[in-house]
Design a protein around this ligand. Structure first.
Ligand code: MG
Length: 403
């Protein structure tokens, strides 16, 4: 007596056999173990029952009147190509073997049927069917859970092929945007190769990427043979950070950058030719003392606005301290830089502040190649020296530091 799988109890069987005695005996056996048993005595009847009921497994004789087992199985296959089929074959049925193989049959049981043998086969088929069903259920469940996540999710196989992605990803990446997917794939594979993450250490790696004008943080996890990528849209967050950072780099009064800006850009200046135009308001103390600090502030603000309006987009204007400012210009010969300073000097001369009237600035210009941070400090010192010279030579003028 063999143990019958409880999974068989979940399934409907169709038994087709023209021998009435055999049919009766086995129908009653199957009835004990299956959920439902449908019995037919020829192919035509069997096919009819199949059409009208949900059948999981078909057990059929081959030689039968009206429609034989092979013909019936062919018709069944047209309706459902995954239904499990078992043939009970008699000696001499070998002529049907080729056709049976073509139909794709799950098992053959030789007649006379051995009860244990057929139950064993049924057990195996039932277990597989239920397992398959469970797997489909879990796959569906996973898709639903995937879609419910506010994070974008992408599941890849070990060859970095995308198996699944959720709705958040669909919104983030246009569905047909293959280039973005390829980009993500290459970033993920690069990161995993660099960190040599394997399935044993379920470490999470994070990288930041940018696409479609959005910033995303990718959290990469290796799970079994799969790679799960969480894609978190941090665009809003990044914009806020940039905004705060930009604010912290700016002088509140004048809107010019402050000294911290240099620390921020010093790496980008490496191996570049730069010119520093240092300028300082002439007799600023006197303006403050005569007209008060509010007027002094007005002078600083007006000067900043006017200078910024006369610079190119990539030029950097900084308030270095008190009434001292620096313009940083890239890729310009010192002669040209001097011309820029002259122009700014004239712009400032043309400003008129109520009560204060006109005011002026002195300028010091120095240029050089930034190979290290020390070079920047050297050029800064040179522009400061040139500015000192401009002050000594009568103010409201431009002096350059020539090497
Ligand atoms: Mg027969």
């Amino acid at each position: 007596m063999i143990m019958v799988s409880k999974n068989l109890k979940k399934l409907n069987l169709l038994y087709v056999e023209d021998d009435e005695t055999v049919n009766m005996i086995f129908s009653s056996i199957f009835k004990k173990y299956a959920k439902n048993i449908y019995s037919a005595f020829n192919g035509e009847e069997g096919l009819e029952l199949f059409k009208n009921n949900h059948i999981d497994i078909v057990i059929s004789d081959i030689q039968m009147p009206k429609m034989n087992g092979i013909e019936m199985a062919k018709e069944i296959r047209k309706i459902n190509d995954t239904t499990s089929i078992i043939f009970t074959t008699a000696f001499g049925d070998s002529e049907y073997l080729k056709e049976a193989i073509e139909i794709g049959v799950d098992a053959y049981i030789l007649k006379p049927i051995d009860k244990d043998k057929i139950l064993k086969k049924l057990n195996k088929i039932a277990d597989n069917l239920v397992l398959k069903e469970e797997l489909e259920k879990y796959t569906k469940l996973m898709k639903i859970v995937f879609d419910y996540q506010t994070d974008g999710l992408i599941l890849l196989d070990k060859e970095y092929n995308i198996i699944l992605y959720n709705k958040t990803i669909k919104n983030l990446i246009k569905k047909d945007d293959k280039t973005v997917f390829d980009f993500i794939k290459s970033e993920v594979s690069k990161e995993l190769k660099e960190k040599s993450i394997n399935a044993e250490n379920e470490r999470v790696e994070s990288i930041s990427v940018s696409f479609n004008n959005r910033f995303c943080e990718l959290k990469i996890r290796k799970i079994y043979d799969f790679i799960l990528v969480n894609c978190i849209d941090i665009t809003h967050f990044k914009e806020k950070i940039d905004e705060i950072e930009d604010k912290s780099l700016k002088d509140e009064l004048t809107g010019a950058y402050n000294r911290k800006k240099i620390d921020k850009i010093i790496d980008d200046l490496k191996d570049k030719n730069i010119c520093l135009i240092m300028l300082d308001i002439d007799n600023f103390k006197k303006i403050n003392d005569t007209y008060g600090h509010l007027k002094g502030d007005e002078v600083l603000k007006s000067l900043s606005t006017n200078i910024q309006n006369n610079l190119r987009e990539n030029d950097i204007f900084m308030r270095w301290g008190g009434e001292e400012f620096i313009v940083l210009i890239q890729d310009l010969e010192i002669k040209k830089a001097k011309e820029v300073a002259e122009k700014l000097r004239e712009v400032i001369n043309s400003i008129e502040i109520e009560e204060v009237g006109h005011f002026s600035c002195s300028f010091g210009v120095a240029c050089g190649l930034v190979e290290s941070e020390f070079d920047f400090d050297k050029i800064l010192k040179q522009s400061d020296d040139a500015l000192y010279l401009a002050k000594n030579n009568g103010k409201n003028r431009v002096e350059t530091h020539w090497k």
